[in-house]
Design a binder for this molecule. Structure first.
Ligand code: 2RA
Length: 351
């Protein structure tokens, strides 16, 4: 019979997209159980065209569950994913709690699908959306050329910080709209937006860019920047990959973008890279600048592929390509990749 799936965190930004994805993908699941914090329990959500009552997170909620997806904060996953496993489920976790655990695979189906079976703790991790947004493209180029170095700047959407992130940008834009002097004097945006102590971002995000994502780590690095480094190495299986990232939040609701400077073992050509990316099933090439064709977040949001454009041979670096990548941070960056991992596990139940 078809396996039972639990979606933990069903009411959050990623959970909401997950219900849409589960409704529209080939249906491999028997029961789909929705689980959330006690605060959200009792809510009725629609999935696969049916109303489902959200259950409160409890050990018993996992009884009979074969695969449990977690889209919840790190500390909730750290506590509850092992509980789901102890009740017999395989946990597919989208938090940062287990990603760098050597006994937990970090899976992108385009790069390392075989790793789903290598899960001594019964837990499989889904990568951070910033790393994940470029992995399908970088994995395809790595297989052909051997990746050596990645220098990345991200342009991250506010929904990466959850529903509070999107709400904050809408609120700030509303506070600023209509005043045609805004953005002309230092500090005027900061004065006009709602109290920053209530924002998930450390500076105004409307009419601005904020060079910060995540929490402060050693030597001035942001946690998000270290995740790009650590997770890219693990997913691509290149432990000594040289990576340097600068993560920036931009006033985009959903879809992360990355400017990537990727260096390979030998010389690379734009033509060959285009052919490789065109052949990659989940990558879409949008690269005709003369016609104004390149990926932008506003044109990509709500879709599944990884979009690549602006592919250039770096002028002073013969082994290096520069390119621009966009991917929906809630879909491939989070819910879709989690669903794809869970489907790889579901095959074990249905053969
Ligand atoms: C962000 N990648 O964009 C992080 C967390 N989802 O904020």
């Amino acid at each position: 019979s078809k396996p039972t799936l639990a979606v933990v965190g069903a009411t959050g930004a990623v959970g909401t997209v997950m219900l849409d994805i589960l409704t529209n993908r080939p249906d491999v699941w028997g029961e789909i159980r929705l689980i959330a914090s006690p605060r959200s329990a009792g809510k009725v959500l629609r999935v696969r065209g049916e109303d489902v009552v959200v259950q409160a997170l409890s050990p018993e909620a996992f009884d009979g569950v074969d695969v449990a997806m977690f889209d919840v904060p790190d500390e909730v996953s750290a506590e509850w994913a092992p509980i789901a496993v102890s009740r017999g489920a395989v946990a597919v976790d989208n938090s940062g709690a287990f990603r760098m655990d050597p006994d937990v695979p970090l899976v992108v189906p385009e790069c390392n699908p075989e790793q789903v079976r290598n899960r001594p703790k019964g837990i499989i991790s889904n990568p951070n959306c910033t790393t994940l947004s470029m992995m399908a493209a970088m994995g395809a180029l790595h297989r052909e050329y051997g990746l050596r170095e990645l220098v990345v700047a991200s342009y991250q959407a506010v929904s990466g910080a959850g529903v509070v992130g999107s709400d904050r940008l809408y609120d700030e834009v509303q506070a600023l709209a209509g005043d045609r002097t805004i953005g002309t004097v230092a500090g005027d945006v900061r004065k006009a937006v709602p109290d920053l102590s209530e924002s998930p971002f450390p500076a105004p995000i409307a009419f601005n860019v904020v060079p910060w994502a995540g929490s402060l780590k050693q030597d001035g690095w942001a946690s998000e920047e270290l995740k790009v480094r650590d997770e890219s190495r693990k997913i691509l299986g290149i432990p000594d990959l040289k990576v340097s990232a600068t993560c920036v939040r931009v006033p985009v609701i959903t879809t992360h973008s990355l400017a990537v400077h990727a260096t390979f073992e030998g010389a690379v050509t734009v033509e060959a890279a285009r052919a490789i990316l065109e052949a990659a099933p989940t990558v879409v090439l949008l690269d005709d600048p003369a016609e104004g064709v390149f990926p932008t977040p506003a044109d990509v949001v709500g879709t599944d592929p990884t979009y690549v454009g602006r592919i250039r041979q770096a002028l002073d670096f013969p082994n290096t390509l520069d390119l621009f990548v966009c991917g929906d941070n809630l879909r491939k960056g989070a819910a879709l990749n989690t669903a794809e991992i869970a489907e790889l596990v579901a095959v074990e139940f249905t053969g």
